[in-house]
Structure formats: structure tokens, C-alpha cells
Design a protein around this ligand. Structure first.
Ligand SMILES: [Zn+2]
Length: 105
């Protein structure tokens, strides 16, 4: 890949440009509980939990439904609504602008 600042070729897994010291690439994502935008059924709470705990989304949904039914629906629904309100939605992904990519050759 190439440095965004000076355009020199740098290592694919490099975090800094060796020529100008510019930070390149994206730092490892901080693990945060967010509501998924891409994989939501209602508010993305289950998908967000699945991402956070590295679980299968379907498993989390089944567990959520099971807990809601087992607790008589009300506490589960209230918990879900609270999570909807309190857990931030994950940031929207912005496509990399084509003009930022160096022209090959
Ligand atoms: Zn550079």
C-alpha cells in the first residue's frame, strides 16, 4: 500500500510511513458494544452483542427470545428497549474516496 501523505510505497501491514511518519491504515478497532447497522432485525442489539462476544448472531437472537419468553416477555422487552436507547449505533462506514488512492504506474 501507499502512504496517504507522501505517496511512497510502504509495507502492507505497516502502521506508520517510514518516510514521513504519517499514520496509515486503520488502527485495530477498539472493542465497543454497538448496535449493528448491517445485520439488524429490529435495532441491531442482538447483532451488536454477537459481534462484541464473538458469538453467532442467530444464537444470540434465539437466546434473547428464550430469555424474553422465560421471563414473561416484559423484563426482556424492557431490557431490549433500554439497550436500544443506551447502546450507541456503530459508526456508519464511509467508502474510501477514489481520489485518495494513488494512481498505479
Ligand atoms: Zn509518507
Amino acid at each position: 500500500m501507499y502512504c496517504n501523505a507522501c505517496g511512497k510505497a510502504i509495507a502492507e501491514d505497516g502502521r506508520f510511513c517510514a518516510y514521513c511518519g504519517n499514520v496509515v491504515g486503520t488502527p485495530p478497532a477498539e472493542k465497543r458494544l454497538t448496535r449493528s447497522r448491517a445485520d439488524r432485525k429490529i435495532a441491531g442489539v442482538c447483532a451488536g452483542l454477537a459481534q462484541y462476544f464473538d458469538l453467532d448472531v442467530t444464537l444470540v437472537r434465539v437466546l434473547c427470545v428464550f430469555i424474553m419468553l422465560a421471563t414473561g416477555i416484559c423484563p426482556g422487552v424492557v431490557t431490549y428497549l433500554l439497550a436500544w436507547i443506551m447502546v450507541p449505533a456503530e459508526p456508519e462506514l464511509r467508502p474510501v474516496l477514489a481520489s485518495q488512492q494513488p494512481v498505479a504506474g
